[in-house]
Design a protein around this ligand. Structure first.
Ligand SMILES: Cc1cc2nc3c(=O)[nH]c(=O)nc-3n(C[C@H](O)[C@H](O)[C@H](O)COP(=O)(O)OP(=O)(O)OC[C@H]3O[C@@H](n4cnc5c(N)ncnc54)[C@H](O)[C@@H]3O)c2cc1C
Length: 400
């Protein structure tokens, strides 16, 4: 007769120095930097490799990110795409091109997140023989004072218990790492803007400059997503869904908001809706668990900073982990949260500036005609005040 214990699966015990939960841009970059530093790590990703490879999101690696990859000796392997310095800020169809170039500084690059992630996967797995486990399920975090930290998970080979020195949560806003932290240990700060963006990936490149357009009918932006494609973003109601936005309406609104009747309807590859919100969790550490990327902070996409903040976090964290594990120096880990949060709040402020300015200046139904005019004046300052232009350039390049 079988005893009850016959059904209990003993997890296979494994060891590494750093267990990374989530193989998005934060987790893969951190693992690549740790491998480069000679620190053993394992990435646990719930999706399969093909899914991670095709997920399309951000479009620009800011100048600070370019510098960072150069410093790590990885820019040639990881970055691709043309320089990204100009933005056409339009108001009711009238464009003015802002040039976010600074003397003596490298420019930002139009390197899509998908391109970067594909290059990271190739570099980490195929070149550096890094350990990335795809399609893992049931990830659990053990991070108490009684035992060594560990991460439990299952894959096709069964159940595993991965013991480590440190755990890094890079599993985005809905992952398990932050959820494992006891209530009350972190403070959540958040702000809801009250509207959403419809994001539409289309089979048409940006002709000329990236566009951020204010109009009386609402915001529209067009940003490059590779040589053949671009993504349009249109301000819409939080309650809107695909049934509200058939392709015909999408193209009519794009033409109306850009004030350009010559734009033709082309193939739309995907449409999805993004509620505009800002979120920060503080601190970005609990005991031996560190948070990096979207799991710790979300910025509205008008700022184009989410991926770039994630890159900053893991740059700081990779150096701090190497210091702790190779030189027994934990100062970097102790400072990690404060160092990142200082920058996160700067860029939350920039994201609020961008989001409020681009939307308040448009449809007066947003916040009334008075706020419409002050937001347009604020946008105008970028072209009349060298001081305003310089600060905007610093933010665009990621220097703050
Ligand atoms: C429409 C849109 C446009 C954007 N545009 C820009 C832009 O122009 N510029 C910019 O800088 N940023 C932009 N962003 C933000 C940027 O995409 C994110 O900030 C970035 O993806 C954050 O990286 P991450 O690795 O923290 O999270 P993610 O990329 O979300 O990766 C998290 C990973 O964790 C995995 N995971 C989740 N749960 C588990 C689990 N339980 N177990 C194991 N794995 C798990 C997920 O499958 C995923 O692979 C945009 C975002 C959106 C949605």
């Amino acid at each position: 007769m079988n005893s009850l214990n016959d059904n209990v699966v003993t997890p296979r015990r494994e060891e590494t120095r750093v267990a990374i939960i989530g193989g998005g841009v934060a987790g893969l970059t951190l693992a690549t930097l740790l491998r480069k530093s000679g620190v053993d790590c394992v990435v646990l990703e719930r999706r399969d490799r093909a899914y991670v490879e095709q997920r399309q999101r951000a479009g620009v690696v800011e100048a600070r990110g370019v510098d960072m990859f150069e410093r790590w000796g990885l820019a040639d392997q990881l970055l691709a795409g043309p320089v990204a310095t100009t933005i056409d800020y339009r108001v009711n169809g009238v464009g003015r091109v802002f040039d976010a170039a600074a003397e003596g500084r490298k420019p930002s690059r139009f390197c899509t997140q998908q391109m970067l992630v594909n290059n990271l996967l190739h570099q980490l797995i195929d070149v550096m023989a890094g350990d990335v486990r795809f399609e893992v399920t049931g990830v659990t975090v053990r991070n108490d004072e009684e035992s060594r930290p560990s991460v439990g998970f299952c894959d096709q080979g069964g159940a595993h218990e991965l013991e480590c020195d440190y755990i890094v949560g890079c599993d985005g806003d809905r992952g398990v790492s932050r959820a494992s932290i006891p209530d009350g240990a972190l403070t959540r700060y958040s702000y809801e803007f009250g509207y959403a963006w419809l994001a539409a990936l289309v089979e048409a490149p940006v002709l000329g400059h990236a566009i951020m357009a204010v109009s009386d009918h609402g915001f529209v932006g067009q940003l490059p997503r590779g040589p053949q494609r671009s993504r349009y973003y249109l301000q819409c109601a939080l309650s809107d869904g695909p049934e509200d936005w058939p392709d015909e309406r999408l193209w009519d609104e794009i033409r109306l908001r850009l004030g350009d009747d010559s734009i033709a309807n082309v193939k739309v590859h995907e449409k999805f809706f993004v509620p505009l919100r800002s979120v920060v969790y503080s601190p970005m550490r609990y005991r031996s668990l560190f948070l990096a990327g979207d799991v710790a902070h979300l910025v509205p996409p008008a700022s184009a900073k989410g991926m770039n903040l994630a890159l900053f976090d893991v740059d700081i964290l990779a150096q701090a982990l190497a210091g702790a594990l190779q030189r027994d120096d934990t100062a970097g880990l102790d400072d990690y949260s404060d160092t990142c949060l200082r920058r996160v709040w700067n860029y939350q402020d920039f994201a609020v500036w961008m989001t409020d300015t681009m939307h308040d200046a448009g449809d007066p139904a947003q916040h009334g005609t008075f706020r419409q005019m002050t937001a347009r004046a604020r946008l105008g300052q970028l072209f009349s005040s060298p001081t305003a232009a310089r600060l905007h350039t610093e933010y665009q390049l990621g220097l703050n």
